[in-house]
Design a protein around this ligand. Sequence first.
Ligand SMILES: [Zn+2]
Ligand SMILES: [Zn+2]
Length: 240
Amino acid sequence: MKVLNIVDDLLSILYPSFCINCGEKTENPYPLCNKCGEEIEEIRYPYCKICGRPLIGSGNNICGGCIKDPPPFKMARSGYVYTGIIKEVIHMWKYSQKRGFSKFLNSLAIKAILKSDIPINLLDGVTYIPLTGTSLRKRGFNQTEDLARNISHKFKISLYRGLKKKKETREQVFLSEKERLKNIKDAFYISSDIPDSVNNLLIIDDVYTTGATVKEATKTLLANKKGLNVYVFTLTRGVQ
Ligand SMILES: [Zn+2]
Ligand SMILES: [Zn+2]
C-alpha cells in the first residue's frame, strides 16, 4: 500500500493534474480542485425513507411514488445531486474513458455511504449494474464495477459479478419515464455466481433518475432468490 502511495505521489509531481472546472493545478490525479469539489451538492435529509427521493417540507416520510407503486428494493440512497460539476465529471468518466476519475468518485461514494443509513453491518454481498459485453469492450471498463469493487474492499463485503446484462439498452438518462421502463425490461439475468447464502445485497449504480434500472435489476435478483433483501446505493440522483 505504501509503495502505491509513493508511486501516486511521484506521478502527481511528474504529471500534475488540473481542475477540469477552473483550470487550477490539483495536488493529486483528481479531476477537481478542493474548492470546486466543495461545490458538489450532497443529498440531505428529508428524503423518502424507501427510495431516497428528496422531500420538500415535513410530514410524510414516504414519497407519493413509493406509496402508489412500492419499489421491490428495501431502500435506495444516493450521495449527491446529479447536476453541475459532478454531472460533468461522471459524463467524462463514462463517455471519454477517464477511468482515472474512479479514485475521486470512489472516495465520494465511501463518504456518502458512511453518512447514510444503509445498514452496512447487515450486508453480505455487493454487486453493480452490469454492461453488456459489447458496451464493456467499447468503454474499456464498467464504472459501476469500479465503485462496487472499492466498496467491497473498504467495507469487507464480498463482491458478486453474477448480475449480467443480456440486451443492449439505450442510455436511460436520455429517455422519458415510459421509455425507460420499456427500454430496461428483461435486460438482466443472473449467472450462477451469487450464492444462495447471500441475504442482504447492495446494488451499486452511478445515477438514479426514475429508478427504472435498479428496480428491474432488483426484480431479476428476487426472481432468482425470493426473500432476498436488496439495498441500493447510487453515487448521484437526478432531482427534478
Ligand atoms: Zn477548480
Ligand atoms: Zn420514495
